[in-house]
Design a protein around this ligand. Structure first.
Ligand SMILES: Nc1ncnc2c1ncn2[C@@H]1O[C@H](COP(=O)(O)OP(=O)(O)O)[C@@H](O)[C@H]1O
Ligand SMILES: [Mg+2]
Length: 238
């Protein structure tokens, strides 16, 4: 199996004064290229702490994290920023777009950090906007777009650098249920094109779009289940 993500016995201890809190208590799982994984669990169970580690925004207190075969544990802050930019795309609950910046420039941002020239950036960003169904909205500012459209811009931004994995933390948390379905339909379509997705949600109907559900409780994994069928009419596997 070709694992893009491999976590082995990940622990994360937060220290606050003389208090210590173990938010992750030995998490292990692998994600193969092309999987769509939902991470579930109650509030406080460690989902975001795990996502921050997967996103190279935080390092585990102990344990091993391999991203596309590279050991995040041994990296400097600069190397982590570099791998983050090259290998990962991020989608957040609150969209996290630059408000005073046209949609297309929001999408181009990861390419600025990656050192692409303006012309190349525009070509790639236009293609990503098309992939998420936003052709024609390139010059709109986020405030001139609906919540669902803003999340599509954020997904285009996550895609534009052709990452190994897209990490989405509660991507439908700020959206109504019909817009959530639309966004999950988009994630499903992208996954079918081969994009690996890891998504946190606490909603079962949202998680049902993923082919695999990993459930956290009190900093541990209590279940890891592959589903035979997706909700949007995918054929059952025999
Ligand atoms: N920076 C931090 N400092 C101290 N405690 C933290 C920190 N981040 C998270 N925690 C604690 O770790 C636990 C897991 O948090 P989190 O990963 O955000 O949970 P979830 O995303 O599942 O709601 C919670 O009890 C939270 O209070
Ligand atoms: Mg969280």
């Amino acid at each position: 199996m070709n694992s893009v993500i491999s976590l082995t016995d990940i622990r994360r201890v937060f220290s606050m004064g003389d208090q210590q809190f173990e938010a992750l208590k030995g998490i292990s799982f692998d994600v193969a290229a092309g999987e769509f994984v939902a991470i579930m669990g109650a509030s406080g169970s460690g989902k975001s702490t795990c996502m921050n580690i997967l996103g190279c925004l935080d390092l585990p207190t102990s344990g091993c994290y391999l991203l596309d075969g590279l050991d995040a544990g041994g990296m400097t802050a600069n190397q982590l920023a570099d791998i983050r930019n090259k290998k990962l795309g991020f989608v957040f609950q609150g969209f996290n777009l630059l408000a005073r910046t046209p949609a297309i420039e929001n999408v181009e941002l990861p390419l600025v950090y990656a050192g692409f020239h303006a012309k190349e950036r525009r070509v790639k960003a236009l293609s990503a906007m098309e992939q998420v169904g936003l052709s024609g909205k390139e010059n709109n500012h986020p405030s001139q777009l609906s919540g669902g459209q803003q999340q599509r811009v954020a997904i285009a931004r996550a895609l534009v650098n052709n990452p190994a994995v897209i990490l989405a933390d509660e991507p439908t948390g700020n959206l109504d249920s019909s817009t959530s379905e639309e966004i999950m339909g988009l994630f499903t379509a992208l996954n079918r094109q081969g994009i690996t997705i890891i998504m946190v949600t606490h909603e079962h109907d949202v998680a049902a779009y993923a082919g695999r559900q990993i459930t956290f409780k009190d900093g541990k994994i209590i279940s890891d289940t592959k589903l035979a069928q997706s909700v949007d009419g995918g054929e059952p596997m025999s």
